[in-house]
Design a protein around this ligand. Structure first.
Ligand code: ZN
Length: 185
């Protein structure tokens, strides 16, 4: 009787051992699947990062743009329209291609914030001779220095949101002739 009981116990132990084995194997398989899944995840993550990097590089190419505009002794800009893309880093160079001195035929390039009244700004600018006709920076996105004939100056700014923005020369009396639009696409 005792012996039979022992055998039974052994059998049960063996049986449970036998049960345990496939379970462990199953777990191992699941573990493997998990690891594989994780590897896949890492791979696709890497791919995403790679794609993002490529995109960033592509964007960088178009991220910066250089513009040039001239002003002359006939009180004219050579362009009344400039185009950029929103968020682009813009470097604008103004060249005074005339010969007249700054106090007679001074030119600057002043880009106004959206909604700023051009004539109102120009009137305020007239009274700001001591600041080279830049009355305050509040209405301005960017501006160059005031130039005389033969001089040039560059200004760098980030193109604002899509829309149309007025630019002008704020030297007294010039804005009627010397104005244009920066179109942000
Ligand atoms: Zn001017």
């Amino acid at each position: 009787m005792k012996r039979i009981f022992m055998l039974l116990t052994t059998a049960i132990l063996l049986a449970s051992c036998g049960d345990a084995k496939p379970k462990k194997a199953e777990e191992a398989t699941q573990e493997e699947t998990k690891v594989e899944a994780k590897a896949e995840e890492t791979k696709s993550e890497e791919a995403t990062q790679e794609a993002a990097k490529t995109e960033a590089t592509d964007e960088k190419v178009a991220e910066e743009v250089a513009l040039e505009i001239t002003g002359d002794d006939a009180m004219k800009f050579d362009k009344n329209e400039l185009r950029v893309k929103a968020g682009q880093k813009v470097t604008l160079t103004l060249k005074h291609v005339g010969k007249s001195p700054k106090d007679q035929m001074g030119h600057n390039w002043v880009l106004l914030k959206k909604g700023t009244d051009l004539a109102g700004f120009a009137t305020k600018a007239m009274a700001a001779k001591d600041k080279d006709y830049i009355p305050s920076e509040d209405d301005i996105i960017a501006h160059t220095k005031l130039l005389g004939g033969g001089e040039s100056d560059s200004v760098t700014f980030v193109a604002p949101e899509k829309g149309e923005y007025d630019y002008l020369c704020s030297f007294p009396g010039h804005y009627a002739m010397m104005k244009g639009k920066l179109i942000v696409e």
